[in-house]
Design a protein around this ligand. Structure first.
Ligand code: NAI
Length: 508
């Protein structure tokens, strides 16, 4: 282990949201911590805030009170940069501007010893660019904490072109010793999380633009079918629509305006209208006192169909079977059919989406009573199932399909018939981005999954999810989406290679 000795002082520069959080983490790990900010009194104010936080946590027995008291005593404000001369590590968390960061590190090089490591908490500026003007860029790396830093376990350890391997290793081991779960990444736009997470927001916003669902229903589907902790609308309201839009724009620009990162007009309109989310009292939803909670639009209760049949042994068919059995609803278990149908309810035929619209699928099958089901994280425990009907589907078939799903204990969310539906489209794009990121050597397959689980709370890493549903299914969905919408949905080369070889990306 190349961990920074806990006796060595850590300096944190920038005493705002992130700097204060990082200082708290380092102090709780036993380091003497020096906090510096150019704003008069900001460092002392941040230390007082940390003291209060730790006192509250100790009174609730969330942290050890002696450890909290030691941490508070270990925090000191610095008056000038010269006070940082004896530090073993400096973590920078100042304003997100390249010129400010480069200037700060250049000044620091004249103050700290040659052995002192330098880290930046930047979320979007290339570490290579920040280090470019340094005399010793090898000792600079990224240490990208997530907000709130004391609570979120993920830290992305970023290597720029010049970062020495031992620097990255020491930052990694130190983050680990501080109780974090670090991952390693190369300095590429968005690093891991801010790149791979883009489709979660981007596809949700596209679905709103296509009028596929309303915001409350989209969020409900993401949670109750996809297993995500929050839906894209409530999450962007929490992050701030302006902040989320700025990250999307910066990743889009950094990837030379690749269509898959294209910013959303729906989100831009919210920003233009000052509907920035929770902090503004209004975003997708209204946060005024007494405002009604967002309610999803669900199908009205339908009678149980006379004929219910399930086909084959797919996870979805099996889960529907168990749910119907548990509800005491009789059904016929039938062998798989060549067309891949999952279920029949009277005249209605139900299929798992493959990226084509139900309307196209009905046409291709010559079967007007065609309805599509979405991907769910776990069909045995999901609470909701989105349902898309072909335009040519008779109303009685829609009612029968709805009745079957309701008999299986599912809330049915009727959505407009758009290719790929909600969860399947989102997960296919997340998996594609994760595969692309790994194949470009940004990070390992294990690290991309860990980063997405710990950084943004995904219920499964995108690569594990891809393996669960099958690379060929993801490839088919994207190929159909590509045919419907164009370049945005092109399957990446790594996905194609996995499909043609049958070998997952991370297996050599
Ligand atoms: P903030 O605005 O809360 O705090 C920045 C602090 O830096 C302010 O107190 C300011 O007075 C001080 N400052 C500015 N220029 C300075 C300089 N030259 N020398 C010393 N102090 C200076 O900002 P926040 O949110 O804490 O972000 C800081 C950094 O962390 C940025 O690079 C940001 O991109 C990154 N980051 C932010 C996250 C977030 O969710 N807020 C998450 C992860 C990274």
């Amino acid at each position: 282990m190349a961990t920074l000795d806990s006796q060595r002082a850590v300096a944190v520069i920038g005493a705002g949201t992130m700097g204060a959080g990082i200082a708290q983490v380092a102090a709780m790990a036993g380091h003497p911590v020096i906090l510096y900010d150019t704003r008069e009194g900001a460092a002392a104010q941040a230390i007082a805030g940390i003291g209060k936080t730790l006192q509250t946590l100790a009174s609730r027995q969330k942290v050890d009170s002696a450890q909290a008291a030691r941490a508070v005593a270990a925090l000191k404000p610095a008056q000038t940069l010269a006070d940082l001369a004896d530090c073993g590590l400096v973590v920078e968390a100042i304003v997100e501007r390249l010129d400010a960061k480069a200037q700060l590190f250049a000044a620091l090089e004249d103050i700290v010893s040659p052995a002192c490591l330098l880290a930046t908490n930047t979320s979007s500026i290339p570490v290579t660019a920040i280090g470019a003007a340094l005399k010793h860029p090898g000792r600079l790396g990224g240490m990208h904490f997530f907000n709130p830093a004391p609570r979120l376990p993920l830290v992305e350890i970023i290597s720029g072109l010049d970062t020495r391997p031992d620097t990255a290793q020491c930052l990694f081991d130190t983050a680990f010793a501080w109780g974090k779960s670090p991952v390693r990444a190369r300095s590429t736009p968005g690093f891991i999380v801010n790149r791979v997470a883009r489709p979660f927001y981007g596809e949700g916003l596209r679905l709103l633009q296509e009028q596929a669902v309303d915001a409350a229903t989209l969020d409900y589907i993401a949670r109750a079918c996809g297993g995500f902790r929050m839906g894209p609308c409530e999450l962007t309201d929490l992050i701030g629509q302006d902040v989320n839009a700025a990250v999307s724009r910066s990743v889009w620009a950094a990837f030379h305006h690749a269509p898959r990162f294209e910013p959303s007009l729906v989100q831009q309109e919210l920003v233009d209208g000052g509907r920035l989310g929770r902090k503004a009292g209004r975003g997708f939803f209204d946060y005024a006192d007494g405002a009604p909670a967002p309610a999803p639009s669900l199908a009205a209760s339908q009678p149980r169909p006379d004929v219910i049949a399930l086909f084959g042994g797919s996870p979805l068919a099996q889960a529907l079977g168990s749910r119907l059995r548990a509800a005491g609803v009789p059904f016929q278990a039938c062998a798989e059919r060549g067309d891949g149908r999952v279920a029949q309810a009277d005249e209605a035929l139900l299929y798992l989406t493959d990226g084509r619209s139900a309307t196209q699928r009905a046409h291709d099958l010559g079967q007007p009573a065609t309805l599509l089901l979405d991907l769910s994280l776990d069909p045995a425990t999901a609470r909701c199932m989105p349902l898309a009907a072909a335009r040519q589907c008779p109303p009685a078939a829609v009612a029968a399909a709805t009745g079957l799903l309701q008999a299986a204990g599912l809330d049915v969310a009727p959505i407009r018939d758009v290719p790929g539906m909600v969860v399947m489209r989102t997960v296919a794009m997340l998996a594609n981005e994760a595969l692309d990121t790994v194949s470009q050597g940004v990070c390992s397959a294990a690290d991309v999954d860990q980063a997405m689980r710990l950084g943004v709370n995904y219920p499964l890493g995108p690569l594990a999810w891809c393996a669960r549903i099958g690379a060929d299914t993801v490839g088919t969905v994207l190929t159909h989406l590509h045919a419907a919408y164009g370049e945005r949905y092109l399957p990446c080369a790594a996905l194609k290679s996995s499909i043609y070889s049958g070998i997952p990306l991370h297996v050599a």
